[in-house]
Design a protein around this ligand. Structure first.
Ligand SMILES: [Zn+2]
Length: 293
């Protein structure tokens, strides 16, 4: 890439060089890879290691790399518990009577959660392995934003897109497309990993876990806001959210590997303080943002 796909600046500098994660924990690239940072918009970029990014998601190779497979039950097992948290960030009362689109919905756990109160639910998912099941559960299904737009579908009031932005080839085109499927006063809730995740500073071994083949883009809060504005959204309110406890950080420092949650029993106040510290200092592992069309 000679210039930034988001802001077109040609001032790109090397930000990270090293081996990166190729799939689940422990699978590292054979050679070091370079993540660049755009001096103008701040987005960080890892050039794709797959030949065809779109095909990689359509045919399920993506989930195979993560050892997750395409089984729907497995998908729900891994993701169902996250959905009420996401709805809480969006604000549950905002969904009733609205048309909700989920861009990159996977098997559709968020749409299942809001279906009872939303006036319509639209599933946009490139992996066709989920399509029949999504239809059976009553969602309108499209393989891409482009196919929805060309079908002349009525606009959505609310769009959500969780952990998708970092995977796409061109985030600006991606957000411009979502804006087109929204009503003029519509809103988009988006989530993506935080490029300023504090663990990157605290534990150097975490870097080769954080930077990964499947994530082409890494955003700080300011880079995400800039992207939103360049994509035509009038407003972008970012929230820092941390999903892990202090036990997870301590075990990264001791064992240099992910451990899940709660493997060192700690006082709940200590865990809450750790989370509060990261979320108030901008060092959380995740960013959520509400974008106004
Ligand atoms: Zn840029």
């Amino acid at each position: 890439m000679r210039s930034c796909l988001i802001c077109e600046s040609d001032q790109l500098r090397s930000f990270f060089e090293g081996r990166i994660r190729m799939g689940s924990f422990g699978k590292l690239s054979e050679s070091p890879q370079t993540v660049t940072e755009c001096a103008r918009c701040g987005a960080r970029y890892l050039p794709p290691l797959m030949d065809d990014v779109g095909g990689y998601y359509r045919d399920g190779a993506y989930r195979d790399d993560l050892d997750q497979g395409n089984a729907i039950e497995k998908y729900f097992e891994l993701t169902d518990d996250d959905q009420p948290y996401r709805l809480d960030i969006l604000g549950p009362h905002t969904v009733r009577g609205r048309r909700v689109a989920d861009v990159g919905c996977g098997a559709g756990p968020f749409l299942d959660l809001v279906k009872g109160s939303a006036s319509g639910t639209i599933a946009i998912e490139p992996n066709e392995a989920y399509h029949d099941s999504l239809r059976e559960r009553g969602h309108l299904v499209f393989g891409s934003v482009e196919s929805l737009l060309s079908a002349g579908e009525a606009p959505a009031d609310i769009a959500v897109s969780f952990s998708v932005l970092e995977h796409v080839e061109n985030p600006r085109e991606f957000l411009v497309g979502i804006r087109q499927l929204l009503r003029p006063d519509g809103r988009l809730l988006i989530s993506t990993p935080n490029a300023n995740d504090y663990m990157l500073e605290l534990c150097p071994e975490y870097r080769s876990f954080f930077y990964r083949k499947v994530h082409l883009w890494y955003f700080t809060a300011s880079a995400l806001t800039r992207l939103a504005n360049l994509s035509g959204f009038s407003r972008c309110d970012v929230q820092f959210k941390h999903r892990f406890d202090l036990s997870n950080a301590l075990l990264w420092l001791r064992d240099k590997r992910p451990s899940g949650l709660g493997n060192i029993p700690l006082n709940v106040h200590l865990n809450n303080s750790w989370r509060d510290f990261l979320e108030s200092s901008g060092g959380s592992d995740y960013l959520y943002a509400i974008l106004q069309a």
